[in-house]
Structures are given as C-alpha cells and as structure tokens.
Design a protein around this ligand. Structure first.
Ligand code: NAI
Ligand code: UGA
Length: 466
C-alpha cells in the first residue's frame, strides 16, 4: 500500500489530504502537525477549519485511510510520498523583512525528513515557496543523509478557501514540476498516478521545477492584479457616475478578459495574495528587476488605497468624525464561507475607525470573538472600544452606521427595516461588498454608500480619497 504523509494540518494540508484519501481508498494518508491541539481538533467533532463539504469527506475517510497524528516522525519515516504544507509567512525581521518568505518552518521540516528517513522518498512542495526553493531543499535532504534517495517535486495548490472541497474535487489544473532526469520523471509519474484517479489527464500539467514554483506566485499575482484593477476603476466610477458592476460585467464579456475576479470591494485579504506578491517583488529585486518589482508592488498599494478610501468615506460622510459613535461591522472573515480572518480587510477598516475614536461592534457568523479580539489587539487596538455581537441585529442596535465587510449571504436577507428602526439617525450603511440593494435601503431611509456605484446625494462632493 502506498503511504502518503502530509506535514502541516492547516487550511491546505487538511482538505487536500482528505480529498486524496476520499478518491484513493488504496492509499494510506497521514496528516501530521507539531500542533497537538490542531490534530486533536481534526480528530474531534468540530474540525479546526470551517469549509463547506469538508465534514462529510473527513467523516467518510477518517480512521479508514485518513489519519491525523502528532507523531510526525513516525509517519514521515514510513511514507513513500511526503507532502510539505507548512506555513510560509512573510519574514518579519532580518534580510528581506517585510517581503521575503520565511522558510523557517519549511527548513525545519526538511531537516526532520532528512533525519528520520530510512527509505527513498518523494518530497512534495505543497506550500507556496519562492522559485528555486527546491534547490535549497535538495541540498538539505542530500547533505544530511546517506543511502536514501530523495526526489523533490513542486505541486503548488490552487484551492480557494470557502470552495476548497469543490476546487480539489474538480481542479482547473494540477501542476507538477520535477527534475528533468530519469529519476525526476519517475517521481512525477508516481504523483501523477495519485491525481489521475479523479482528475482528467489533460488537466494534469507537468513542467520543470522552477516553472511550477513560479506559476503559483504568478497565478496569485494575476488574480490579485485583477481585483486591484477593478478596485482602481471603482474609484473612478464614484467620481464620474459610472457603475462598477455594469462596467465589470461589460468588460468581462470580452472572451479575452473573462468575467471572473472582477468584483470590486473593500480590498482583497487572505493569508496569501499579499504575502505571495511581496515574495514575487522580493525575488524580482534580488534579480535586479526593479521595474517588474515596482509593477507588482503597485497591486498591493492599490489594495491599501482601497481600504483607506473606504475608511475615509465612512468618516467624511459622518460629519468628518466617528468619535464616540457606534459603528456595526458586519463580517470579519476575509471572504464568505470561511472563518479565516488572516489579513482580512476588516482589520484595517476597524483600525481606521478605532483611530478616529469609533466604538466598533463586530459580528461574523464564523470568526470567533477570541479571534476578532486577537486580530485587533495584534495591530495595537485597545479593547475598550471593541464589542463583539452574536448577530447582526445586536451589532446594529443603537449604531450610527453599519459597515458590511464580508459578503456573507445572510447579510442580503436581513430585515433592514427592523435594523433601521433601532439605529441612530441619520442611519448610514457603507457596503464594502456591494451585497445589499442600495435603492431599497434608501427607500427605508438609510444613507447608503456602495463601492463604485453612483453616489448618494449626501456623499457627493465629500473627499473620497485618503
Ligand atoms: N490557505 C490557503 O487557501 C492556501 C495556502 N497555500 C499555501 O499553503 C501553505 C500552508 O498554508 P495554510 O494551510 O493556510 O497554513 P496553516 O498555517 O493553516 O497550516 C500550516 C500548519 O503547518 C504546521 N507546521 C509548521 N511547521 C511544522 C513542522 N515543522 N512540522 C509539522 N507541522 C508544522 C503548523 O502548525 C500549521 O498547523 C502556505 O505556504 C500557503 O501559502 C496555498 C494555496 C491555498
Ligand atoms: O494561494 C492561495 O492561498 C489561494 O489564494 C486565493 O484564494 P483565497 O485567498 O482563499 O480566496 P479568493 O477567492 O481568491 O479571495 C481572496 C480575496 O480577494 C477578494 N476578492 C476576490 C474576487 C473578486 O472578484 N474580488 C475580491 O475582492 C476576496 O473577497 C478575498 O478577500 C486564490 O484564489 C487561490 O487560487 C489560491 O490557491
């Protein structure tokens, strides 16, 4: 029986391995992590991450051919294929701080693999890493070991949170990069055989190692660039009376452009877009490619501008101050259908509102109160101005304004008449995700701001930029 071990039981390792176990009953899959608490959660009733459809997949396979364990070394030593799916955050200090990827977790995983391995192994980069990382990993693996052969493959993951299970079951493509040697090709084929059990052959793409590593960074940069492009247009829409939804829909009908990833909003968040672009910028700079570096950096700068612009709209609309005013924040996760708040735009928006003296009251259906407080404390915000509510009605009770920061479906179906009646007047609603019907809310009495839409008369002539 082929044995797979995945180091890192996070947002990628957990769902990816669960789907491999589901589709390959003859393969034994062990997911290991240094966090005993995370492993215990994977083995319990409430999984450590919220992802639609994941519970069912885990329930079907766990204990059959899917195992979660904190015994990292044993499972690694027994495996034929070792996936490494540890976190690769942005470095916070030292060389490349603020841009380069921090490969500390990766390096320690590689050293551990080298130490405990007694049989040949395929080591698969699942984490997103800088291009050329495989070369460094090969050096760590081969320098520490005798008589064991390792093949390093790059197999980046393209799943998006909130749709991870569907993305894994029906991927646009699976990308596998390997060495162009006989042993390298054999390793690529072995991994291809795993995916071929459910992914059509024409969707499994094989490349050299560096192309696979770079494709992942490029794909995230392209996706984020589309969002910054439409967000930049949203600012111009507000200044001119155009409607960004109409513009994006018409632009996206061009087959060369396509309709996806053109939704304007309060800015992209999530653990990867910013980190991966910063990493790309750093790699360009290291190669002396300053213009490409500046080009990609601009994607992040426009994203920061969009978040600042939103806060400025809120404050300037409310008589240029939110000091002492209650602002209900609906949605804290970086997108709907996930409880993940890493790099969520809600953190920056709350920070901006708190800095102006607002009392924010946050409600999110999936992000826990502890997490919300931890995220805001981490950016230096005092907790006395922060409340966390159990539902949207509680959050909006007595508030001067509502900011919608995540596009949860439930925010479309709220009883806005009831909410309006319980708010201070004038009642403001700032829709950072364009989920509510502005016209209907105006009829109720709200002053409404929707990103990139023709402005409410109240808002015209007020400064829109940070
Ligand atoms: N979150 C996402 O949607 C996607 C993430 N990625 C990439 O996948 C990688 C993992 O991301 P996430 O799953 O979100 O991270 P995560 O932080 O949720 O999970 C990483 C896990 O690795 C564990 N870990 C770290 N060092 C370890 C070691 N030496 N031994 C055993 N366990 C160790 C941590 O305890 C943690 O549970 C990152 O490189 C990320 O860029 C790629 C595609 C999508
Ligand atoms: O490497 C990764 O981590 C992953 O990053 C993203 O996935 P994810 O961050 O989970 O979610 P997205 O759906 O891409 O959304 C990212 C952010 O962009 C925002 N967004 C997305 C699309 C859009 O049109 N407009 C927009 O503002 C979302 O609200 C969210 O804040 C990519 O979509 C995945 O392919 C990739 O694997």
């Amino acid at each position: 029986m082929v044995k797979i071990c995945c180091i890192g039981a996070g947002y990628v390792g957990g769902p990816t391995m669960a789907v491999i176990a589901l589709k390959c009953p003859s393969i034994e899959v062990a997911v290991v992590d240094i966090s005993a608490a995370r492993i215990a959660a994977w083995n319990g009733d409430e999984l450590p991450i919220y992802e639609p459809g994941l519970d069912e997949v885990v329930r079907q396979c766990r204990g059959r051919n899917l195992f979660f364990s904190a015994d990292v070394e044993r499972h690694v030593s027994e495996a034929d294929i070792v996936f490494v799916s540890v976190n690769t955050p942005t470095k916070t200090r030292g060389l490349g701080a603020g841009k380069a990827a921090d490969l500390t977790y990766w390096e320690s995983a590689a050293r551990m693999i080298a130490d405990v391995s007694k049989s040949d192994k395929i080591v698969v980069e699942k984490s997103t890493v800088p291009v050329k990382t495989a070369e460094a990993i090969e050096k760590i693996l081969t320098h520490n070991c005798n008589a064991v052969n390792f093949q390093v493959l790059s197999n980046p993951e393209f799943l998006a949170e909130g749709t991870a299970v569907q993305d894994l079951l029906r991927p646009d493509r699976v990308l596998i990069g390997g060495r162009e040697t006989a042993a390298g090709r054999k390793a690529v084929d072995a991994l291809k055989d795993v995916y071929a059990r459910w992914v059509p052959a024409d969707r499994i793409v094989t490349t050299n190692l560096w192309s696979a590593e770079l494709t992942k960074l490029a794909a995230n940069a392209f996706l984020a660039q589309r969002i910054s492009s439409v967000n930049a247009i949203s600012a111009l829409c507000e200044a001119t009376g155009a409607d960004v939804s109409e513009v994006a829909a018409a632009v996206g009908m061009d087959g060369r452009i396509g309709p996806k990833f053109l939704t304007a909003g309060v800015g992209f968040g999530g653990s990867c877009f910013q980190k991966d672009i910063l990493n790309l910028v750093y790699i360009c700079e290291r190669h002396g490619l300053h213009e490409p570096a500046a080009y990609w950096k601009q994607v992040i700068e426009v994203n920061d501008y969009q978040k600042r612009r939103f806060v400025t709209r809120v404050v300037s609309s409310m008589f240029n101050t939110v000091s002492g005013k209650k602002v209900a924040v609906l949605g804290f996760a970086f997108k709907k259908d996930t409880g993940d708040s890493r790099e969520t735009p809600a953190i920056d928006v709350c920070k901006g509102l708190l800095a102006d003296g607002a009392a924010v009251c946050v409600y999110d259906p999936q992000v826990t109160e502890d997490q919300i407080r931890q995220d805001l404390a981490a950016v230096g915000e005092p907790m006395r101005q922060v409340g966390v509510a159990r539902d949207a009605y509680e959050a909006a009770g007595g508030a001067h304004a509502i900011c919608i920061l995540t596009e949860w479906d439930e925010f479309k179906a709220l009883d806005y008449r009831r909410i309006f009646d319980g708010m201070q007047k004038p009642a403001f609603l700032f829709d950072g995700r364009n989920v509510v019907d502005g016209g209907e809310l105006r009829r109720i009495g709200f002053i409404v701001y929707s990103i990139g839409k023709p402005l409410d008369p109240w808002l015209r002539g007020m400064p829109a930029v940070a």
